[in-house]
Design a protein around this ligand. Structure first.
Ligand code: SF4
Length: 374
């Protein structure tokens, strides 16, 4: 049985990026009371969760916090839960924040993995995305990461930004690869409902790549990074070696339990999923009254779990373990769906080998549709 993972959501940002749908506020007046509250929230779950072998501090912008504030949060984790010495402890960093001393202090807190929100090495794309850093900041952040002694770190990149073509995207990939990050995540720019970007898109202010162009970006990203020595192990994720994959994200993909703390965070355990208030006010109010700040929950049925297992497995290059799936859901997929599997193999979307149904790169591009076929 895999150990659970802990996610901590820091709901503060200096400015809001117009494409972002994550919960955060630019009002940082409640940071100190938030820190007291999240430690209170840890105490509420100390009986339900013993040990975490991954801790992921995301947001929002965790790098807005001082080392003292981050120390309080990490000390709270160690006070309420067991975290073994080999645990993966990740923090998201905005390249606009922190100097070398700050990065070194992060390391002294026990953080051993950084996730840098670079998004692009093109200043034009960064301006469109409303990011508060520029490409020079990204290079400086990578420099600080290495000089502080982090050997496990990853970069986030976004493609499909208006004005970008395959050639300029390749240049961003080349810049990223030149810095030898052990991990890379590449996401297509998504137009999320109720974001400023969505409003301007609906007003016709810009175009986004159509389906063919999106596929071309996806395939080019995969081919470029595979040629550069990275393994495309999940739809949006690439690692230089198996040990440098995100151990924390793996828990979301294989139904390992996880606890999410902070406004809007989701948790999962024993088939139940629950989520916190997506507002700092509601979150702080419940914790001030000594109750868990839970806004809602659902218990997944067997059919829900089956579909999620298909969805999440087919988003990874490892794919579905046919025997394990059969044991859990009583369905031997190759026996029940031989013609579907054959047509997907013939179409170059999956490979059926060594007891696994695994998506090809083209299959990863349409992973969510693949799951619905079974
Ligand atoms: S910094 Fe990150 S979390 Fe904050 S608004 Fe931008 S994308 Fe969203």
């Amino acid at each position: 049985m895999n150990l659970p993972g802990l996610y901590i959501h820091i709901p503060f940002c200096k400015t809001k990026c117009p494409y972002c749908h994550f919960y955060s506020t630019t009002d940082i007046s409640s940071v100190d009371v938030f820190i007291v509250s999240i430690i209170r929230e840890m105490a509420l779950y100390a009986d339900a969760f013993d040990t975490f072998d991954t801790v992921y501090i995301g947001g929002g912008t965790p790098s807005l916090l001082t080392i003292h504030q981050l120390d309080s949060i990490i000390s709270g984790v160690h006070k309420h839960f067991d975290v073994p010495p080999n645990a993966e402890i990740t923090i998201e960093v905005n390249p606009a924040d922190g100097d070398l001393a700050w990065y070194r202090s992060l390391k002294s807190l026990g953080v051993n993995r950084l996730h840098l929100g670079v998004q692009s090495f093109s200043d034009q794309a960064l301006t469109f995305l409303g990011r508060r850093h520029r490409s020079d900041d990204a290079f400086a952040a990578l420099d600080n990461t290495v000089h502080a002694g982090f050997d496990n770190f990853g970069l986030d990149l976004i493609y499909g930004v208006p004005g970008q073509n395959l050639q300029s995207w390749r240049e961003s990939l080349a810049s990223a690869v030149s810095l030898s990050p052990p991990h890379l995540s590449a996401y297509q720019l998504a137009i999320e409902e109720d974001t400023p970007l969505c409003h301007s898109y609906r007003c016709g202010s810009f175009d986004i790549p159509d389906e063919d162009a999106s596929l071309a970006f996806f395939l080019e990203t995969s081919a470029y990074l595979e040629r550069s020595g990275y393994h495309h192990y999940e739809v949006s994720n690439y690692a230089a070696s198996p040990s440098q994959r995100s151990r924390h994200n793996q828990k979301y993909w294989d139904h390992t339990p996880y606890l999410g703390l902070g406004p809007g965070a989701h948790s999962f355990k024993e088939g139940r999923r629950w989520w916190n208030h997506r507002s700092i006010e509601g979150y702080l109010k419940d914790l001030a009254e000594g109750t868990a700040p839970v806004a809602g929950d659902e218990t997944l049925t067997r059919d829900d779990l089956r579909l999620e297992t298909l969805f999440m497995s087919l988003r990874t290059a490892a794919g579905i373990d046919v025997a394990a799936f059969c044991l859990q859901f009583g369905e031997n997929l190759p026996e029940i769906h031989p013609s579907i599997i054959q047509s997907l193999v013939d179409g170059g979307l999956i490979v059926f080998k060594d007891g696994r149904i695994s998506p090809t790169t083209r299959g990863l591009a349409v992973a969510d549709q693949l799951a619905l076929i079974f």
